[in-house]
Design a protein around this ligand. Structure first.
Ligand SMILES: O=C1O[C@H](COP(=O)(O)O)[C@@H](O)[C@H](O)[C@H]1O
Length: 242
């Protein structure tokens, strides 16, 4: 489902309202809300909203479990850390129990071993066979990547693992990411996409021929869950069907 907004501020408010709704529904139905966060610049305003009135009072923080969709393999104090951004913008300000927050990084571990450990953590949380997040937030890079599913990387072919780590040569760093098969088990996925730089990739992802090697965001098609694209008018400029 495509939702187009005039600007980032309006869009972030709409996503904050959706997060609150999904959280309340999940807690009413199952007693907990399992959320995977995105990194990058797109969610900064959303995260600040979640720490402020009127959203923070409506969030069932005590029953919320926070995971990440992906991470740059850097310490939690590094400015490039997706987790640091989330702590700075909202996690340090809301009453979600610390033991219900699962950053994708650990000191003194190799990234590949950490990915296996994170998968085990997810199995303990969800059970062995049904890794169904209530909501996964995603961004999309100008190149069509999402989470750390970058164009022309081996991780795009992954079918069985839930979490993978790999060295992203162009960025000279390891990445850790949920895999597409895991993301596609989610009950709901929300992409947040802003700005004219994203317009060409967005048009290809939503309306172009299937080419997942070039546009990995096309891999995200939940098996039975919802997928929402929250975009601003600039990002939507290249779309034919609005
Ligand atoms: O590297 C990453 O980039 C994407 C997109 O970031 P944005 O700055 O264009 O919003 C992000 O979704 C991902 O979590 C992050 O690791």
């Amino acid at each position: 489902m495509l939702h187009i907004f005039e600007d980032r501020a309006e869009l972030s408010i709409a996503v904050a309202e959706l997060v609150v709704k999904k959280a309340q529904e999940a807690v009413a139905a199952t007693g907990r809300f399992s959320l995977a966060l995105t990194g990058g610049s797109s969610p900064v305003q959303l995260y600040s909203l979640l720490a402020a009135s009127p959203y923070t009072e409506q969030m069932p923080w005590a029953d919320t479990y926070i995971f990440w969709g992906d991470e740059r393999w850097v310490p939690l104090t590094d400015e490039k850390s997706n987790a640091k951004m989330a702590f700075d913008t909202f996690l340090s300000k809301v009453p979600v129990p610390q033991n219900q927050i699962f950053p994708m990084w650990e000191a003194d571990m190799e990234p590949e071993a950490f990915a296996q450990k994170y998968e085990q953590t997810l199995k303990e949380h969800f059970g062995q066979s049904a890794p169904q997040f209530d909501l996964i937030l995603l961004g999309m890079g100008d190149d069509g990547h999402t989470a750390s599913l970058f164009p022309h990387t081996e991780v795009l072919k992954e079918q069985s693992s839930w979490v993978k780590a790999y060295y992203l040569t162009p960025q000279s760093m390891f990445r850790v990411t949920l895999t597409a098969p895991l993301i596609n088990q989610s009950k709901a996925v929300v992409f947040m996409t802003f700005g004219e730089n994203k317009a060409p990739a967005l048009a290809e992802v939503l309306e172009g021929e299937r080419n997942v090697e070039e546009y990995p965001s096309q891999l995200i098609q939940p098996v039975s869950g919802e997928v929402h694209w929250f975009v601003d008018e600039k990002a939507a400029a290249g779309l034919k069907n609005k």
